[in-house]
Design a protein around this ligand. Structure first.
Ligand SMILES: CC(C)(COP(=O)(O)OP(=O)(O)OC[C@H]1O[C@@H](n2cnc3c(N)ncnc32)[C@H](O)[C@@H]1OP(=O)(O)O)[C@@H](O)C(=O)NCCC(=O)NCCS
Length: 149
């Protein structure tokens, strides 16, 4: 069963993220304050999947008024290949569409072969014509919690 994610889910979701290879977690962005900030701005587009009241899958998704973004999609190892991620993506995309969004973007670590294959198979294309640029604009520490690559 899937439902909207709220900040009350943070501990369980973080536990899933930190125990999954291929997910880049940052000390500031992925702190409870960081995720609360994201969910306040995007309350209707992130989902969790539950089995026996336990969170086994998550998709963090939101938009900036122009593009939709998907982050940190994880399904617990024991629960994979049952269609849970597909259900989470469908729900997030539907919710983004309802907010007027026409294109959704995501990042996959270059080293995450399984993740890259997963998205490719579903028609999500890597844009070879674009480079992804970013710059930290805080004085606070926002380092990777575990080396993701
Ligand atoms: C990528 C990830 C989220 C996929 O989760 P998932 O719940 O296993 O995904 P799905 O079940 O929807 O689809 C996975 C495969 O299972 C298959 N499947 C779905 N339901 C099935 C069923 N009932 N029986 C058998 N196979 C099934 C799908 O066809 C799919 O196969 P394909 O990719 O070869 O087409 C999961 O592997 C994961 O958490 N990986 C680590 C984190 C990560 O890499 N995230 C993505 C990068 S952001």
């Amino acid at each position: 069963m899937i439902r909207l994610m709220t900040i009350a889910d943070y501990d369980e979701v973080f536990d899933l993220w930190i125990n999954t290879k291929g997910i880049g977690l940052r000390s500031l962005d992925d702190s409870i304050e960081g995720i609360a900030h994201f969910l306040e701005r995007n309350p209707n587009t992130s989902y969790v999947s539950e089995v026996d009241n336990k969170i086994v899958g998550v998709i963090l998704s939101g938009n900036d008024g122009r593009r939709g973004y998907i982050y940190h999609m994880v399904v617990g190892e024991k629960y994979r290949k049952q269609g849970i991620a597909t259900e989470l993506i469908d729900a997030a995309v539907k919710a983004l569409k309802a907010e007027g969004i026409t294109r959704v973007c995501l990042n996959v670590l270059e080293s995450n072969e399984q993740g890259k294959q997963f998205w490719n198979k579903r028609g999500w294309n890597k844009l070879d014509t674009l480079g992804f640029y970013s710059k930290g604009i805080t004085d606070k520490e926002n380092t990777f919690l575990i080396k993701p690559f």
